[in-house]
Write a protein that binds this ligand. Structure first.
Ligand SMILES: *[C@@H]1O[C@H](CO)[C@@H](O)[C@H](O)[C@H]1NC(C)=O
Ligand SMILES: *[C@@H]1O[C@H](CO)[C@@H](O)[C@H](O)[C@H]1NC(C)=O
Length: 219
């Protein structure tokens, strides 16, 4: 009897935990089937307003079918397939990207303020990592067919240390994850972050700061 009472007590407790966690952690529900982004609207809301004239093309994008051009200073290119390319993703909390890496290519340290990211290696091998708020580097080498997760908001990178090109498909739990690339954020902001902020932060001289800034000429 006592055992049965304890058992039902445990069940009751578990039911409470499930109820509580589903209340606290549930995704906000959409209030309509679709809300295709009106990317031209001047109205700014949390997301985009919905447009009324919807077609299948609003849910379609072929822009990550082929490798992106990695001929740039870091040897990597991110091609987003987010709400700005697929308006039908508006309010749905999900998007993709494709990232291509030349041999030696780096997707430099950056964060996504609004999403966790999971990469799936389409081709090649990568050395990837993220840094926790306790400043611990969590890093691993991954190859074709592997996945790796980068928790929301944490600084992370991917580097192709192999001899052949690499590519990943990235999934995000946001229609528009946003990206802050650490070097560009600090050294190419407009208006610029004051030199005296950067000299103090990095414990270097003004010349070093200006040298780095010169490599990140405003686009
Ligand atoms: C809806 O969009 C399609 C494709 O852009 C266009 O051909 C059609 O005229 C539009 N219909 C209305 C009612 O605006
Ligand atoms: C790469 O880009 C540089 C500078 O824009 C250009 O001069 C060069 O021809 C490009 N190389 C290839 C293979 O496209």
């Amino acid at each position: 009897m006592a055992a049965a009472g304890a058992f039902s007590g445990v069940l009751l407790m578990m039911a409470h935990v499930v109820m509580l966690s589903s209340r606290v952690y549930a995704d906000p529900d959409s209030l309509q089937d679709i809300c295709v982004a009106d990317l031209t609207s001047a109205v700014k809301v949390n997301g985009y307003p919905c447009k009324s004239n919807v077609t299948a093309d609003d849910f379609f994008f072929s822009g990550i079918a082929n490798p992106g051009d990695t001929n740039n200073s870091v040897g990597a290119l991110v091609t987003g397939a987010n709400v700005q390319k697929v308006p039908g993703l508006n309010t749905l909390g999900i998007s993709l990207a494709r990232i291509d890496y030349a041999p030696g290519g780096l997707n430099p340290p950056h964060t996504h303020p609004r999403a966790t990211e999971v990469v799936f290696v389409l081709e090649g091998e990568l050395d990837v990592g993220f840094i926790t708020t306790a400043n611990v580097l969590i890093a691993k080498s991954i190859k074709k067919g592997d996945i790796f997760a980068f928790p929301k908001g944490l600084v992370h990178y991917q580097k192709n240390n192999g001899d052949s090109p690499a590519a990943v498909l990235s999934a995000f739990n946001s229609q528009l994850p946003g990206t802050q690339s650490i070097a560009a954020t600090l050294f190419a902001a407009a208006p610029p972050v004051p030199d005296n902020v950067l000299t103090k932060a990095f414990q270097v001289g003004t010349e070093e700061v200006q040298q780095i800034k010169s490599k990140f000429a405003p686009k």
